[in-house]
Ligand binder design. Structure first.
Ligand code: HEC
Ligand code: HEC
Ligand code: HEC
Ligand code: HEC
Length: 411
C-alpha cells in the first residue's frame, strides 16, 4: 500500500483519539459519520478495492473468506461494516493494542473503509464454526444464578433460614450485611479470631468462590427484623449508640463494606458478641475499645435498641440469569446477536474462544471501551462461559442496509 499525504494526516488525527476517548468515559457510541455512510451502500469499485487490500494485507491470517480457522481468531465474514472500520482505525491508532497482528498507521483511510466493506459483504460462517458444546443452548436457559451454591447452602438453612433471616434466638441474621463483611466473618472462624467449632468446621469445607457467592446471595435478600427483641431500655440503648454511629451507621445500617449492620440483629446474639469482644474470645481491637467500659446492662440496652431498628438491604446488584443477560446484550447486539446497527458488532456465530477473550479483555480494561466495561465487569467466569457459548451457537445473518426515502421526499 502506498503511503499518501492523506493517510499521514488521518493517522495524526486518529493518534489523538485515545486521549479524548479516555477523558469522556461515559461517551455513547458515536453517530455514523458522513464518510462512513459510503460503507453502508458500497459500490462494486469499493468492494473490489477492499478485496485487493484483503489479499495483500489480511488474507494470510483471516483468509479471503473471513472465516476463522483457529480457536480465538474472530470471523470477519458478514461482520458489520462501520464496526470493522472503526476497529481498524483503533488498531492503527494503537487504541486497541495488538502489535503482533495489526500494524499501526499502515493503511490509509480509503483502504480501511474498503477492506471493511469487503469482509462485511461476505457470507457469514455456518454456526457453529468450531465444535461448541451441543448442549450449550440448552444450558443457557433460565438457570438459577445461585445454582452453584445451592447444595452448600442446604446446611445453613437449618440455623440461618432459607433467606438468612435467622429464626432461632441467638442466631445472627445474615441479611443486610455487605458481602465483604460476610467473607471476613467466615474467614475469622478459620483463622481463629472468632471461635465457634461448628461454624469453623462448616466454613472449612467451602472454597473461596462459594463463600463469596454466598455473601452476595444473603446480601440481596430482603432483611427482616429479628424475632428476638431485647428486654432492655431502648432509650438508654439509643443514647449509648451515639459512639457506634461512625462505624455502624446512623440507625445501625452500616454503609462501609467492612462494617456489619446491627439494625434488626438478634438481641441474644448481639449481647454474646459484645461479651466476647470484651473478654477477648472474639478478637477485634476496635470493638474491644468500644465495649471495654460497658456493663452487662449497657449491652442489653444496646442490643434492645438495635434489634428494634429496621434493617435495609445493602446496595448490591442481584446477579442475573444468563437469559436475562442475553436479553440486555440484545439491546445493542440485536436479536440472538445479529446486530442490525452497523456500529455494533454481530456476535452470532462468532468464534467462542474469541468471544470469551473479548469479554475478559473488556472486564480487565485491556480492551478500552466504557460501554462494554460496564456490561462485562459484573459477569462471573461462569456467565462469560455460558453467554459466549450461546452467541457462538447462533446462526449469523448478514444485513443489507436499504436506502429509504427521507421524510421530505415522502411528502
Ligand atoms: C498476523 C495475522 C493477522 C493479520 C495480518 C491481520 N489480522 Fe486481523 N486479527 C488477527 C487476530 C489474531 C485477531 C484477534 C485479536 C484479538 O483477539 O483481539 C484479529 C482481529 C481483527 C479484527 C477484530 C475483529 C472483531 O470482531 O473485533 C478485525 C476487524 C481484523 N482483525 C481485521 C483485519 C484486517 C482488515 C486485516 C488486513 C488489513 C487484518 N485484520 C490483518 C490476526 C491478523
Ligand atoms: C447449627 C447451626 C448453624 C449452622 C448449620 C450454620 N450456622 Fe452460621 N452461625 C451459627 C451461630 C450460632 C453463629 C454465631 C457464632 C458466633 O458467636 O460467632 C453463626 C455465625 C455465622 C456468621 C457470622 C455472622 C455475623 O454477623 O458475623 C456467618 C456469616 C454464618 N454463620 C454463616 C453460615 C453459613 C454460610 C452456613 C452454612 C454453610 C452456616 N452459617 C451454618 C449457627 C449455625
Ligand atoms: C471504629 C469502628 C467501630 C466502632 C466505633 C464500633 N464498632 Fe462494632 N464493629 C466494628 C467492626 C469492624 C466489626 C466487625 C469485627 C469483627 O469482624 O469481629 C464490629 C462488630 C460489631 C458487632 C458484631 C456484629 C456481628 O454481626 O457479629 C457488634 C454487636 C458491634 N460491633 C457493636 C458495636 C457497638 C454497640 C458499638 C458502639 C458502642 C460499636 N460496635 C462501635 C467497628 C466498630
Ligand atoms: C449499550 C450497548 C451495548 C450493550 C448493552 C452490550 N454491548 Fe457489547 N459492544 C458494544 C459496543 C459499542 C461494542 C464495540 C466496542 C469496541 O469497539 O471495542 C461491543 C463489543 C462487544 C464484543 C466484542 C465483539 C468483537 O467482535 O470483538 C463482545 C464479545 C460483546 N460486545 C459482548 C456483549 C455481551 C455478551 C453483552 C451482554 C452481556 C453486550 N455486549 C452488551 C455495545 C454494547
Amino acid at each position: 500500500m502506498k503511503i499518501t499525504l492523506q493517510s499521514l494526516v488521518v493517522a495524526l488525527l486518529i493518534a489523538s483519539l485515545p486521549i479524548a476517548g479516555r477523558a469522556q468515559k461515559s461517551a455513547t457510541v458515536r453517530a455514523i459519520e458522513s464518510h462512513e455512510r459510503k460503507a453502508l451502500f458500497p459500490s462494486m469499485d469499493t468492494i473490489n478495492l477492499g478485496r485487493d487490500v484483503a489479499e495483500s494485507a489480511c488474507a494470510g491470517c483471516h483468509g479471503m473468506d473471513g472465516i476463522s480457522d483457529a480457536l480465538g481468531k474472530p470471523n470477519l465474514a458478514g461482520q458489520r461494516t462501520v464496526y470493522i472500520y472503526r476497529v481498524l482505525q483503533a488498531y492503527q491508532a494503537g487504541v486497541r493494542a495488538d502489535e503482533a497482528n495489526h500494524h499501526k498507521k499502515f493503511l490509509n483511510d480509503e483502504a480501511l473503509l474498503s477492506v471493511a466493506v469487503y469482509y462485511a459483504s461476505l457470507t457469514p460462517a455456518q454456526a457453529p464454526v468450531v465444535a461448541v458444546d451441543p448442549q450449550a443452548t440448552d444450558v443457557v436457559t433460565d438457570e438459577d444464578p445461585f445454582e452453584n451454591i445451592r447444595a452448600s447452602m442446604k446446611k445453613c438453612i437449618k440455623c440461618h433460614d432459607e433467606t438468612g433471616n435467622s429464626d432461632g434466638s441467638g442466631m445472627p441474621s445474615l441479611t443486610g450485611q455487605d458481602p465483604i463483611y460476610f467473607v471476613n466473618s467466615m474467614q475469622a472462624y478459620i483463622d481463629g479470631s472468632r471461635s465457634h467449632k461448628l461454624m469453623k468446621k462448616l466454613v472449612g469445607r467451602l472454597d473461596a468462590t462459594t463463600i463469596k457467592d454466598m455473601g452476595v446471595y444473603y446480601a440481596v435478600q430482603e432483611p427482616l427484623q429479628s424475632s428476638t427483641q431485647g428486654q432492655g431500655d431502648v432509650n438508654v440503648g439509643r443514647r449509648l449508640s451515639e459512639d457506634c454511629k461512625s462505624c455502624h451507621g446512623e440507625d445501625g445500617n452500616a454503609k462501609k463494606s467492612k462494617m456489619p449492620t446491627l439494625a434488626g440483629q438478634d438481641a441474644k446474639y448481639f449481647i454474646k458478641a459484645m461479651k466476647h469482644y470484651k473478654d477477648g474470645k472474639r478478637q477485634h481491637e476496635k470493638m474491644f475499645e468500644a465495649v471495654e467500659g460497658f456493663s452487662e446492662q449497657d449491652m442489653i440496652d444496646l442490643a434492645t435498641y438495635y434489634a428494634a431498628q429496621q434493617p435495609r438491604r445493602r446496595d448490591v446488584r442481584t446477579p442475573l440469569k444468563s437469559t436475562e443477560w442475553i436479553a440486555r446484550c440484545g439491546f445493542c447486539h440485536g436479536v440472538d446477536g445479529n446486530s442490525s446497527d452497523p456500529r455494533f458488532p454481530m456476535l452470532a456465530g462468532q468464534d467462542e474462544t474469541y468471544l470469551r477473550k473479548a469479554l475478559n479483555a473488556y472486564a480487565t480494561g485491556k480492551r478500552d471501551n466504557s460501554t462494554m466495561y460496564a456490561m462485562a465487569d459484573p459477569l462471573s467466569p461462569r456467565d462469560i462461559e455460558r453467554i459466549g457459548a450461546f452467541f457462538a451457537a447462533q446462526q449469523p445473518k448478514a444485513v443489507v442496509y436499504m436506502q429509504l426515502p427521507c421524510e421530505d421526499d415522502a411528502k
